[in-house]
Design a protein around this ligand. Sequence first.
Ligand SMILES: *[C@@H]1O[C@H](CO)[C@@H](O)[C@H](O)[C@H]1NC(C)=O
Ligand SMILES: *[C@@H]1O[C@H](CO)[C@@H](O)[C@H](O)[C@H]1NC(C)=O
Length: 245
Amino acid sequence: MISVCALLVLGLKASDAVTVDYFEFGAGYYQSYGPSGEYLFDYEGNEMFHVDLESKSVVWTLPGLEKYTSFDPQGALQNINVAKYNLDLYIKSRNSTAATSIPPLITLYSAKPVVLGEPNILICCVNNIFPPVMNTTWFKNGQKNSDGFSETSFLPAKDYSFGRLHYLAFLPNEHDIYTCEVEHWGLDRPTRRVWQHEAPTPVSEAYQNVICALGLAVGIIGIIAGVMLIIKGMKQSAAQGRSQR
Ligand SMILES: *[C@@H]1O[C@H](CO)[C@@H](O)[C@H](O)[C@H]1NC(C)=O
Ligand SMILES: *[C@@H]1O[C@H](CO)[C@@H](O)[C@H](O)[C@H]1NC(C)=O
């Protein structure tokens, strides 16, 4: 159906002085879906800037960084062109076989401990994204939320998948329910993660069940350890029996 393809992470060194991998690097991809691509510079997992391939300009992510350094977007565009060329060859050599989509991992949490009435940020963290084509939607009490949020670029991971963080500013209260919904070809259906305030409850049934399960687990570990000791003991006495002969 969709001929998405190969990802070409270029992995370029930022400067010759850099030998440690993943210290600082530029990475890009280009894919036939769209077609679309991305070129960004990463510093220890943080995006420093990306090049807007439409406007052919540099978009700085870390505020103030542009005062100390600069980047010629032409370099990025050239790399993207190389990726495009290689992708065309790759598609031909693979007889247009689409890349396999993998299910992304989604977690939703607050940036800091929640205090009711105190501004906070919800982070919808999506990892293991491949290919980098995804829709993320925020809902507040079931209604689509169309402002107050932002997101990162697709951040390249070492395993050639991507991560992307989505931020939603919110004012926690007892009633509002926030949902982050992700659509990706690796998922059978849009997948949601929900955040809502949970009043601390006295030892609830669920908690008691957890305690019970933990107790059971400790018991089982105890049994296994006991059995292993017995086996060990039997082996030792057997060995002693042999050596005495
Ligand atoms: C490529 O795909 C076409 C159409 O499915 C098929 O006829 C052809 O045999 C394939 N070639 C190779 C080399 O697999
Ligand atoms: C994202 O949304 C658009 C518009 O609804 C849709 O056409 C597209 O298939 C969606 N992408 C994914 C990965 O589900």
